[in-house]
Design a protein around this ligand. Structure first.
Ligand code: AMP
Length: 139
């Protein structure tokens, strides 16, 4: 699917296909991931149609941020998980498959089900220039 086509989340938002809805307000919908990485894997999406986080309005971003802690708390209470990852992919090379902004809440359990990450970290280089470049790019 192209990054510009309507996505399956548009169909869910329109009520054209079902989802296991766990939360909804004026700006946000949350539902169970259909192919969960672990029990209780939830997707939280803005109702605004935006492909990537950097395209999202401040209003929708704020609405997402406002509900995340209570949704995490609810997933913990419902599943008994004590640990979890939040994942938010932007772009196909960054493992985004559905081009509508979404945040994954992925419980991590003792049996190691959940998100598995190979964290191949490097050392910080060019830090002065990079810090300045990012500061100046903030609009
Ligand atoms: P991402 O790789 O970050 O774009 O993740 C997209 C997620 O959407 C995957 O975890 C899918 O399992 C999930 N997904 C795709 N279609 C549906 C659907 N109809 N209902 C619930 N989750 C879905």
């Amino acid at each position: 699917m192209s990054e510009h086509d309507p996505t399956i989340f548009d169909a869910i938002l329109a009520g054209d296909i079902p989802c296991h809805r766990v939360y909804e307000d004026d700006h946000v919908l949350a539902f169970l991931d259909i192919n969960p990485l672990s029990r209780g894997h939830v997707l939280v999406i803005p109702k605004e149609r935006a492909r990537f986080m950097h395209e999202l309005s401040e209003e929708s971003a704020a609405a997402l941020g406002r509900v995340l802690p209570k949704l995490c708390k609810a997933v913990m209470a419902a599943t008994g998980c004590e640990h979890y990852n939040l994942l938010q992919n932007n772009g196909a090379p960054a493992h985004q498959a559905v081009f509508h902004v979404h945040v994954h809440i992925i419980p991590k359990f003792e049996d190691d089900s959940g998100l598995c990450i190979e964290w191949d970290s490097g050392s910080l280089e060019d830090s002065e220039h990079l810090t300045q470049a990012i500061r100046e790019a903030i609009t």
